[in-house]
Ligand binder design. Structure first.
Ligand code: EPZ
Length: 433
């Protein structure tokens, strides 16, 4: 399937605070994708609610259908996935190349079918994105590994994985999710050490327990999974996808730069404690409630210094690194960013510099920002989902017109972004090629 060549055209407000109103947050991309993958360990159809209408959900649906699963829509934001007839064990190459989360399917496929073949997973280019944690972990659970004809082939001798004890050298979100799912049907106990603590991981684990999985240690860095039967859900049972904290965080940062009255609804401020605190320390007037964040910044924010490093949850999320860098160019005299998670996640700054930002890249992990600077509209290419939304934010605060290519990348993680931004006053339109 050819991805679209759409682009966005945005008229900037030159730093004026013109945005106002309410914007509602959708289900989290990084929660719905592992939940969809978990359907492989269900013997009954599995209902998911609050599904965001984003490209990555379509790709994951296509992958599941490629495995002979049935994926049907229930209303605007519901999915029902029935994998009872699933029997294929090879992931579609083109789709897997566009979706890093495709790798999460390997855990449940291996533990249910005893084998799985897949290409090196793609998705956002944020550096090498190795898969050594996955290969090492599956070997510990009894799978053999072979690379042939551009595919990785994992196979078990007995047709099942057996439990194992895995100490992750890094806290990896999708590795944690993949082995959580692998442990559900593995024979015996699986112990995972140094797991990721992202809210999406916790939500997945809690959902699996709700439908019969035996998992201890949820919320700690060690998970213990007792392997057993396939899970089952009643026809009226469902998993409700948690709100997208990265979408909410991106819009909150936008509001702090360009609004004096913006309400972000259907979000979970508890998942954004650190980003909210950083904006408040910058002088932004932010009110939070059980499921909303209200930005009432009525004055120009000025900060002498801001030094930020990205960090696994509950640290500052790497997925908000590009948005907060744009914020820094607007409010900060001297700022630094240390991107600790990915080695290729600062390349977008070159286009921000072309827009007039005063940024120096010291190495693949460190930049410094001088400001505040009035940005100028430019024609730019979003290299990934989160840099794409950051360019939209930069274009809104810049003066003049910007063109942002690779709308598909943004559509991967943000539903109907131009329609929703127009509702709060952004002058944005999509040009479809
Ligand atoms: C998840 O990616 C998210 N994706 C990413 O969001 C997010 O940026 C990332 O976690 C960090 O929070 C999904 O959940 C679908 P990692 P993931 O494994 O799991 C290294 C977005 O925009 N590593 O936690 O792929 C890796 O290189 C996306 O929504 C290995 O070395 O990230 C990185 O340095 C982008 N070997 C670190 O671990 C491995 O086998 C953490 O990456 C696996 C990972």
């Amino acid at each position: 399937m050819q991805q679209n060549k759409d682009y966005f055209v945005i008229e900037g407000f030159g730093g004026a605070r013109k945005l106002k109103g309410k914007i509602s947050i959708n289900g989290a991309k990084n929660a719905v994708l592992p939940a969809m993958a978990s359907s492989i360990v269900f013997k009954t159809p599995f209902n998911i609610k609050n599904v965001p209408q984003i490209e990555d959900v379509k790709r994951m649906s296509e992958l599941l259908k490629g495995l002979k699963s049935k994926v049907s829509h229930k209303g605007k934001r519901g999915l029902t996935i029935d994998t009872s007839k699933a029997n294929k064990t090879v992931l579609d190459k083109d789709i897997s190349k566009r979706l890093r989360a495709s790798i999460i399917l390997i855990g449940p496929m291996l533990s249910r079918f005893g084998e799985a073949s897949f290409p090196h997973p793609g998705g956002c280019v944020l550096g090498a994105r190795p898969i050594d944690l996955f290969v090492d972990g599956f070997k510990k659970m009894g799978a053999s590994f072979e690379e042939k004809d551009g595919y990785y082939h994992l196979k078990t001798k007995t047709g099942k994985l057996h439990g194992g004890e895995i100490i992750f050298k890094l806290q990896s979100v999708t590795a944690t999710e993949t082995f959580l799912l692998a442990g559900i049907l593995a024979e015996g106990k699986t112990i995972l050490h140094n797991v990721a603590l992202e809210p999406e991981v916790i939500s997945l684990a809690r959902m699996l327990v709700q439908f019969g999985a035996k998992i201890d240690g949820i919320g700690t860095t060690t998970l213990i999974i007792e392997g057993g039967e396939m899970l089952s859900a009643g026809e009226n049972d469902f998993y409700e996808v948690i709100p997208d904290r990265i979408e909410a965080g991106s819009l909150m940062i936008l509001g702090a730069m360009a609004s004096n009255n913006l309400t972000i609804e259907n979000c979970n401020p508890e998942h954004l404690s650190l980003p909210i605190n950083i904006l408040r320390e910058s002088g932004a007037n932010i009110e939070t409630g059980p499921n909303f964040v209200k930005i009432k910044s009525d004055k120009k924010l000025e900060v002498d210094t801001m030094d930020l490093r990205t960090h696994e949850y509950p640290g500052f999320p790497t997925d908000l690194q590009a948005p907060i860098t744009v914020f820094m160019t607007q409010v900060c005299k001297e700022g630094t960013i240390f991107e600790t998670i990915f080695e290729g996640r600062l390349n977008y700054v070159n286009d921000l510099i072309r827009m007039g930002a005063d940024i120096k890249m010291w190495d693949a992990h460190h930049i410094s920002v001088k400001g505040p600077t009035l940005l100028k509209g430019r024609e730019v290419e979003g290299p990934d989902i989160r840099a794409g939304i950051a360019f939209i934010m930069a274009a809104i605060v810049a003066e003049g017109q910007s063109i942002i290519h690779n709308a598909y990348f943004i559509d991967r993680g943000y539903e109907s972004i131009e329609k929703r931004l127009r509702k709060i006053g952004v002058k944005i339109k999509r040009v479809s090629n």
